[in-house]
Design a protein around this ligand. Structure first.
Ligand SMILES: Nc1ncnc2c1ncn2[C@@H]1O[C@H](COP(=O)(O)OP(=O)(O)O)[C@@H](O)[C@H]1O
Ligand SMILES: [Mg+2]
Length: 372
């Protein structure tokens, strides 16, 4: 493992901002820290870079105590969302900066610095920008330069804190592919912070979902998408619909709901909550349907179907517009669900949870903790 963090804790006064972080990042891996604002992502990056210190816990890189190293010798490159490039320096001098301020024994001579900068300009596909000033660059170009500056000293660990956060959607998508390529070709270990799910999933080998100073789940993108480990992760990943259901022999049941497509769950009989994405719900016209269509809105590709239940509960379903020509406002429907995740609801569970007979989606202890 390149980087191992164990039981890392950081408090500001009485506020615990990091509450026992355990994380191991492999050599040359690209890991995304994904979580809402305030979940502790930046604090964790700063601790790795040596710009902040933990109250407890350990951090090692290749088995060496990294907390004992001074920030200047941590061999990390850092890019922030608003990386202030030096406005009075041309792009090539901005990139050279980290090399020119190295301690004398390690500082390359002028010719070697020029060669390294030229190599990076070419590698990052920004040769044509070399003699411009930051004010003459677009936001996306500035972040490419910022990455060049972070890479100049050949860091072992690259730390990127929402580097594309201020850019528009198309530029972000272009930069994602570019960054993935740069990461692979440069051979660094990269930790990328974002609150954008799509960005994290598209870029990273593994995604670390953070909430309120804890790691909620670590896994490959598809694993996390398909099997959120807690209600927190489910909500954060777009399961906006939550329905009370009953579990019986591992099957999800509720009036007006056809959940036969869901796999059986290794969860005890009794009340539970079903978490759904709008795109997992198909309204099916039915005379005795429990839900009524109250609004239809097209986004072109999708039809957003507003549904109201007799008790007044409202939700949205999303279906491909061209397949949904039979739907109309006022219609009664029942809901067929294609996918979803189920968590036992500890507020209403009566019996203590039975021991699962097949692997469950998540340990029950975690579910209990993360439910309000
Ligand atoms: N220097 C500080 N002093 C006090 N509180 C801080 C400080 N830095 C961060 N915090 C608090 O720590 C929490 C996590 O912050 P941060 O690591 O920036 O989260 P994120 O990057 O996920 O948005 C926030 O509630 C923030 O207000
Ligand atoms: Mg932050």
């Amino acid at each position: 493992m390149a980087l191992v963090i164990e039981n890392l804790t950081r408090r500001f006064g009485a506020t615990e901002v990091l509450r026992g972080i355990d994380l191991a990042v492999a050599d040359r891996e690209l890991v995304a820290l994904l979580g809402p604002s305030g979940s502790g992502k930046t604090t964790l990056l700063k601790i790795i870079a040596g710009l902040d210190w933990p109250n407890a816990g350990s951090l090692t890189v290749a088995d060496e105590d990294w907390l004992a190293r001074r920030p200047q010798t941590r061999e990390t490159g850092f890019v922030f969302q608003h990386y202030a490039l030096f406005p009075h320096m041309r792009v090539r001098d901005n990139i050279a900066f980290g090399l020119t301020v190295q301690p004398r024994p390690r500082r390359p001579d002028a010719a070697a610095i020029t060669a390294r900068v030229n190599e990076l300009l070419q590698f990052l596909q920004i040769e044509t920008l070399a003699d411009r000033y930051p004010a003459e660059l677009s936001g996306g170009q500035r972040q490419r330069v910022a990455l060049g500056r972070a890479l100049a000293t050949s860091p072992r660990i690259l730390l990127l804190d929402e580097p594309f956060g201020a850019l528009d959607a198309q530029v972000r998508r272009d930069l994602r592919r570019w960054l993935r390529h740069v990461h692979e070709a440069s051979g660094t270990t990269t930790i990328f912070v974002t609150h954008d799910q799509e960005e994290a999933f598209e870029l990273a080998d593994r995604v670390v979902v953070m909430g309120a100073g804890r790691i909620e789940q670590i896994g490959r993108p598809d694993e996390i998408y398909d099997h959120p480990a807690s209600p927190f992760v489910a909500r954060f990943l777009g399961h906006t619909v939550e329905l009370p259901v009953t579990l019986q022999a591992g099957r999800v049941q509720a009036r007006g709901l056809d959940a036969t497509a869901l796999p059986r769950r290794a969860l005890p009989d009794g009340p539970a909550r079903l978490f759904l994405r709008a795109s997992d719900i198909t309204p099916v016209p039915a005379e005795d349907g429990r839900y009524r269509i109250t609004d239809l809105a097209s986004t072109g590709a999708l039809l957003r179907v507003r549904l109201t239940e007799s008790a007044g509960v409202e939700m949205d379903a999303e279906v491909p517009r061209r397949t949904a020509t039979a739907l109309a406002v006022g219609q009664a429907v029942h809901l067929r669900v294609q996918a979803g995740c189920v968590f036992v609801d500890p507020r209403s569970a009566t019996a203590p949870p039975a021991r699962p007979t097949v692997p469950a989606d998540a340990p029950l202890s975690e579910l209990k903790e993360s439910l309000p």
